[in-house]
Design a protein around this ligand. Structure first.
Ligand SMILES: NC(=O)C1=CN([C@@H]2O[C@H](COP(=O)(O)OP(=O)(O)OC[C@H]3O[C@@H](n4cnc5c(N)ncnc54)[C@H](OP(=O)(O)O)[C@@H]3O)[C@@H](O)[C@H]2O)C=CC1
Ligand SMILES: N[C@@H](CC=O)C(=O)O
Length: 408
């Protein structure tokens, strides 16, 4: 009989419960790989268990509580007590990563977090190990399963935003507070972690510019179909001039874009570097059993040392203003000269129109355009000017457009 490897489990919700079940099912197989048999020896929830007792009785601690407090305190105390830690808590890592990684180094323990970004898609391992020697130029991807599920359901037609969100919660994809998903905050935390690993420079959640999908309407989806576009919540982390830019926003994708066909709760991450061109990793990005698989992979890795904790080697500024292409929609008076004036206002800010559709609405017209890439500050300057024009009848609505042709 193999010796027992004692796992203390903090949190027993969607992921924690799936983890305990999967670990029990796979324990014998893991014992064949590692020579020791992992077993959950203590569980902490709000109503059950005592942290100190669990800590004393474990070789490794798995944190699946979520949020900052008390998760941060438990993770720090576990590492200071010499225990390896596995966590899927992106909010914690994106907010206090440096403190946690330096504590891991100081106490010579492992802190693993594959489940924190893109569910079971092994992007953390790829950045920390496979591509550790590559000079990464850009990472972009779909890193939130809930919003990708909602947008996919809306695009298929018929499903309202609120119904799709409710279903994502029922399926265990959403955060305890789904506001983090739909506002882009969850994806922003994940992009901060990816940027931190890819560029070896400190990046925290508060440095990531993000916007969510709450304002997306069924009408936007219909226009997207007319233009042949797919709407996705996209995260990007890239080198720009002397710094980096990390951002999350909804974006239209032209067909053929590698992320355009990633649907449902699936995530995908593309890593670009001159030496490797690009690789795209894709798979289930949310859900209890899916994330639990990634957590178990981390537990096994921690049982077989060594693993590095990432040190920063650079201190790059995180810049906010970058060039993007845009979809722009607004209701205007259906009168001669209006389109010309819109084009003039855009032109004054250096924005040029790639394509345009105008539909009459009885005295008014809906004007929908795709604008060639320009600095976002200049584009939003034009949008502010347009919003004040007397012939504009609705708040102009802007969504970024990603296109291989634009972004290369
Ligand atoms: N769901 C998913 O698809 C994914 C989730 N994650 C991350 O995994 C982590 C867990 O997520 P998930 O399982 O969905 O969350 P849940 O809300 O389903 O579960 C959270 C668990 O933590 C416990 N908990 C909450 N607060 C405390 C506290 N103060 N003290 C002790 N226990 C507490 C809860 O206890 P109680 O049972 O008493 O309420 C519950 O058991 C989060 O960091 C999340 O971001 C990562 C990838 C995917
Ligand atoms: N709420 C998250 C869960 C996984 O990280 C998501 O939907 O992606």
């Amino acid at each position: 009989m193999a010796e027992t490897y004692r796992v203390g489990l903090l949190g027993h919700g969607t992921v924690g419960a799936a983890f305990e079940q999967l670990l029990a099912e796979r324990a014998d197989a893991i014992a064949h790989i590692t020579g020791v048999r992992p077993e959950v020896t203590g569980v902490l929830t709000r109503s059950r268990g005592d942290f100190e007792e669990i800590l004393a009785g474990s070789d490794l601690v798995v944190e699946l509580i979520g949020g900052i407090d008390p998760a941060r305190d438990y993770v720090l105390r576990a590492m200071r007590a010499g225990k390896h830690v596995v966590s899927a808590n992106k909010l914690l890592l994106a907010s206090h990563g440096e403190e946690l990684w330096s504590t891991a180094r100081e106490h010579n323990v492992q802190l693993r977090f594959e489940g924190a970004v893109a569910g079971v898609v092994p992007v953390i391992r790829v950045l920390q190990e496979t591509l550790a020697g590559a000079h990464v130029e850009r990472i972009h991807g779909i890193v939130n399963g809930t919003t990708n599920f909602i947008l996919s359901e809306m695009a298929r037609g018929g499903t309202a935003y609120a119904d799709a969100l409710k279903r994502a919660q029922e399926l265990g994809y959403a955060e305890a507070d789904p506001t983090d998903d739909v506002t882009g905050k969850d994806a922003a935390a994940k992009m901060a972690i990816l940027a931190r690993l890819a560029f070896s420079t400190p990046v925290t959640l508060d440095q990531v510019t993000y916007e969510g999908i709450e304002h997306i309407t069924g009408e936007d989806m219909n226009y997207a179909r007319d233009f042949g576009l797919a709407l996705k919540l996209i995260g990007t982390a890239e080198r720009v001039d002397d710094g980096i830019s990390v951002r999350v926003h909804p974006a239209f994708l032209y067909p053929g874009h590698p992320l355009a066909s990633v649907n449902g709760s699936f995530n995908a991450v593309t890593v670009e570097s001159e030496a490797i061109t690009e690789i795209t990793l894709s798979g289930p990005g949310a859900g209890g059993p899916q994330t639990a698989s990634a957590v178990i992979g981390d537990v096994i890795s921690a049982m077989i040392p060594p693993a590095s904790t990432p040190e920063t080697t650079a201190s790059l500024p995180v810049v906010a203003d970058v060039k993007s292409a845009f979809y722009l929609a607004m209701e205007v008076d259906d009168e001669p000269g209006v389109l010309a004036q819109v084009a003039e206002v855009l032109g004054m800010q250096g924005a040029s129109i790639k394509s345009v559709v105008q539909r009459g609405l009885g005295g008014q017209a809906r004007l929908v355009m795709v604008i060639h890439p320009l600095l976002e500050s200049r584009f939003y300057g034009a949008v502010q000017l347009l919003a004040r024009m007397p012939f504009v009848r609705s708040e102009p609505r802007a969504i970024r457009v990603l296109d291989e042709e634009f972004n290369d």
